[in-house]
Design a binder for this molecule. Structure first.
Ligand code: 23J
Ligand code: MN
Length: 262
């Protein structure tokens, strides 16, 4: 089987629908929930859509807008330059990273039962090992996605951020989970929540371990993913390409997955 034959087969399966394309993005607009860091830190302003023309005197036959949009808004990509630990990688910004890594196998770890019972649930290295015992090893060059059932909350900022007692409560990885996955040589880690880290991860050592350790090792993050329940534990191909912002630290993406039908 040559790569050419495989791609020819894939092409006809995309046309026939035997390979389905799943939309892993949430809607991106003025009401999209964004992370709210505590003072004294600055935050991303809400997405704003400015009309240039709308089939009117400013452009009679055409409609177009310009956007006021944070890099880390909605379903988005975290590049290594987002974190101080990854700032020196020559290929760590959105315009310099190697695109070969942006399309790859996805491991989807279902934590939705645990997160329904505990919004602060942390996936641990032991949890990943137990998943591997059932579904197979996490291979080098793959992506790992944490399925939590969190994405329907994205329609409501209050539900999505889930702040009580001044602290956001949303699931994420433990420190040892991130260390374990980097040891497996994954390309990146994605979640359904507002960031790649748990809501309370600012209190961890190191703070925000998914950000700190992934980017320190030139790995990527994906946040606010949707529809992970439509993916098999193994067998999907993830496509996660940030815009080629010059010196960008991240970018909204239309994350997609290729999955076998049925
Ligand atoms: C800055 C500081 C902390 C976090 C974040 C950004 C994100 O979640 C992000 O979008 O990368 S946790
Ligand atoms: Mn981000």
């Amino acid at each position: 089987m040559t790569a050419g034959n495989t791609l020819t087969q894939l092409a006809s399966m995309l046309v026939s629908g035997d390979v389905e394309v799943i939309d892993l993005a949430v809607p991106l607009g003025p009401t999209t929930p964004l992370i709210k860091l505590p003072p004294p830190f600055k935050n991303t302003p809400a997405v704003k859509v400015h009309t240039i023309s709308n089939y009117d005197d400013d452009g009679p036959f055409w409609s177009w807008n310009w956007l006021e949009l944070g890099e880390h808004s909605g379903t988005h990509f975290d590049a290594p330059h987002h974190w101080i630990t990854g700032r020196d990688f020559a290929d760590g910004a959105t315009d310099t990273l190697p695109v070969q890594k942006l399309v790859g196998p996805a491991n989807v770890i279902d934590c939705s039962e645990a997160t329904a019972a505990d919004p602060d649930f942390l996936l641990t290295a032991d949890g990943v090992r137990a998943w591997e015992a059932e579904h197979g090893e996490i291979e080098a060059g793959s992506w790992v996605l944490m399925r939590t059932g969190w994405h329907p909350r994205n329609r409501s900022e209050a539900e999505f951020l889930n702040v009580t007692d001044n602290m956001p409560h949303s699931p994420g990885p433990s420190v040892d989970c991130v260390e374990y996955l980097i040891g497996k040589d994954i390309v990146g880690w994605g979640t359904e929540c507002v960031g790649t880290d748990a809501g309370i991860a600012g209190t961890f050592d190191p703070p925000y371990p998914a950000h700190n350790l992934l980017h320190k090792n030139n790995r990527y993050g994906l946040a606010s993913l949707a529809n992970l329940e439509k993916l098999p534990p193994k067998g999907a191909i993830l496509i996660a390409a940030p815009l080629k912002f010059v010196d960008g630290t991240g970018s909204p993406i239309r994350a997609l997955a290729l999955v076998p039908k049925g």
